[in-house]
Design a binder for this molecule. Structure first.
Ligand code: SF4
Length: 315
């Protein structure tokens, strides 16, 4: 009998046989706060005690030192193993285990313990589930609402590709912000996000607004994956056609030499310029900088988003 120990299984078996990608040195503007300190340790303890996963840890987010120092963790639900194998992502891939029915209340408890006024909940892709995990997302939203009625809720969902009805279930649970990242421009999809379809993702975002125009919608892309400027502008137009409110644009960072290479480090001035263009195209909010991530400063950004919508309403 052959026993395969989980600890020796690579995190990304589909990438293990690939040749190493080139590494270009990080520029001076990619600087992050080192993790540590009292609040960081406390956040880490609360996450661990509730048996939860965070995308901050699983995706090796560079902002973890900054975010956890203010107790802002983004929960990763439905396990730590993803059924997709995107070329940029550091979340473990493989066949996940069954859902934990107690997870929704654990997320609600941890949200209350951390004292979060705005919580972000994301998940791995669960192509193995009949509803892609839609009902589990909805249960988690409801559990947080019941425990912390004053907390606003942002979900960052998978694309629910071929999971008819899943999106509707999530929208019915009424998160405050519905986020789904396009990640990159359409020409890079087959390389960067091979299990996904660009127009399906755009359509998903448009459908959220059709189902409930009061929800805020949000999406993001990474720079440095081989995209060209005109394609980025086209993505902005596509997102505006889907009436997306909030755009995030950040620099892709390579988790390992088996992941997609960083084709280019985009200088901060170029992010500023993209931000100006995006505002001109009609987004209510734009966050664009090398270290922008979907959930970075999500609470403060949500307050600004609400204020921006209110300022546009007729008086
Ligand atoms: S930016 Fe988001 S994923 Fe990264 S550490 Fe902050 S909350 Fe976590």
């Amino acid at each position: 009998m052959v026993v395969v120990l989980d600890s020796v299984r690579p995190r990304h078996p589909e990438k293990a046989g690939r040749p190493d990608t080139p590494l270009i040195p990080k520029p001076a503007w990619i600087r992050v706060k080192a993790p540590g300190g009292g609040a960081f340790i406390e956040t880490s303890r609360i996450v661990r005690e509730h048996g939860l996963h965070t995308v901050c840890q699983e995706a090796s987010c560079p902002n973890i030192g900054e975010c956890w120092a203010v107790r802002h963790a983004t929960f990763l639900i439905m396990g730590d193993t993803c059924t997709r194998a995107c070329a940029f992502c550091d979340v473990k891939t493989g066949l996940p285990g069954p859902l934990d029915p107690a997870e929704s209340s654990s997320v609600a408890d941890a949200t209350a313990k951390l004292g979060l006024r705005h919580v972000v909940v994301t998940s791995v892709d669960r192509d193995d589930l009949a509803d892609g995990g839609g009902a589990h997302f909805a249960a988690t939203i409801r559990a947080i609402r019941a425990k912390s009625p004053g907390t606003t809720i942002e979900v960052l969902t998978p694309d629910f590709l071929r999971k008819d009805g899943a999106l509707e279930v999530v929208v019915e649970a009424r998160p405050d912000v519905f986020n789904h990242n396009l990640e990159t421009v359409p020409s890079r999809y087959l390389t960067v996000r091979p299990g996904a379809r660009y127009f399906h993702s755009v359509r998903l975002l448009a459908r959220v607004k059709e189902l409930d125009p009061t929800l805020f919608t949000k999406s993001g892309i990474m720079m440095g994956l081989g995209e060209v400027r005109n394609e980025v502008l086209q993505v902005m137009d596509d997102l505006r056609s889907a009436e997306v409110d909030f755009l995030t644009v950040g620099q892709y960072l390579q988790p390992s030499r088996k992941h997609h290479e960083v084709v280019r480090y985009v200088p901060p001035e170029e992010f500023e310029e993209l931000k100006t263009v995006a505002y001109a195209k009609g987004f209510l909010m734009v966050a664009a900088s090398p270290l922008t991530r979907s959930s970075h400063h999500a609470g403060e950004d949500f307050a600004r988003l609400k204020a921006a919508r209110a300022a546009k309403l007729p008086r």
